[in-house]
Design a protein around this ligand. Sequence first.
Ligand code: M6R
Length: 379
Amino acid sequence: EKQGFRHFMLKEIYEQPGVVRNCLEAYLDDNWNPADVTQSPINLGISPELYADLEQIQILACGTSWHAGLVGKYLLEQLAGIPTMVQYASEFRYAPAPLTANTLTIGVTQSGETADTLAALEMEKRRRFGQLPKYEPRLLGITNRPESSLGQLVNQIIDTHAGIEIGVAATKTFVTQLMAFYGLALDLAWRRQTLTATRMEEILVGLRQLPAQIELILESQERYIEELAHSFAETHDFIFLGRGINFPIALEGALKLKEISYIHAEGYPAGEMKHGPIALLDAKVPVVAIAMPGTVYEKVLSNAQEAKARDARLIGVTPMNEHEAAETFDDLLPVPVVEELLSPILTVIPLQLLAYHIAARRGLDVDQPRNLAKSVTVE
Ligand code: M6R
């Protein structure tokens, strides 16, 4: 079943080019005609009532799915111009935001069975039911299990087409959740006319290149990362830094590492370091920084240099063939250069491999880490 891989997690990491291709096939309309404004390039089958007069989006999720939601917020705001908030379902259910009009609520859960996410969505449905039409519930689910309890609860589903995921650590379901958000944000952007046809085409070309680029990272990086993992035999703490659309990837890198290796890890927005966490740094605390070309590239590099000045060992997820980054970091995890909006799908890959190899090296049960279940069906 593991098809020659030592663990399901590693097999699932390697399935990512394929599942991203599944999403491209399912979501992108090959017959799209850029000259026809009435036709969206994205085919999610979402009914016009869910989209009508949309003023706000709220995303509810837990764990890795919440991280996907944070990337989703970035895309929905930057591409489609819709104010979006992301809440932990476990928080929202006991302190819901005041009702806002024409609001789409998106539940993100790969299993479709996470108790807090279901409860938060149920609560939202209940409190909106019977209100004035503009407050009525509009619920969308992003899940890998359309047949799950989530499927029964929401108006519509975006299926992430990742196939069953066995490793407790979410990997392929995360990248496909990101794909669902690209689809949704682009669909909304087209319908609301916030993107030109040229810009849309550019992004679509970029999306289609992702599977091959993930393959390239897997082929070129895995050996190196396996070696690199040896150097963290005695490490107790890690810091992950990112900014902008890669801030959620810093959180995801830290979560992957802590859940399977039991090493304490914190993800932080790089610009917040100097407001406290920088006090943690010394030669014993490695810092992983995601520094990809775009709006915050120089900023992240200078945040990384500040960490270096505190003797931290610096590991950079950086653009391939970039010399400026090469000088800043002690170790490089290079990924192909893509436009910033698409970079999370690539930057997360070396971080999954890093977490995997550190945990495997420690001889831990990577697929079934202690105290964790694949889906958290109790509160
Ligand atoms: O099934 P869900 O996506 O709702 O699960 C949410 C979290 O429990 C899950 O993402 C958890 O954080 C993973 N073990 C992370 O790898």
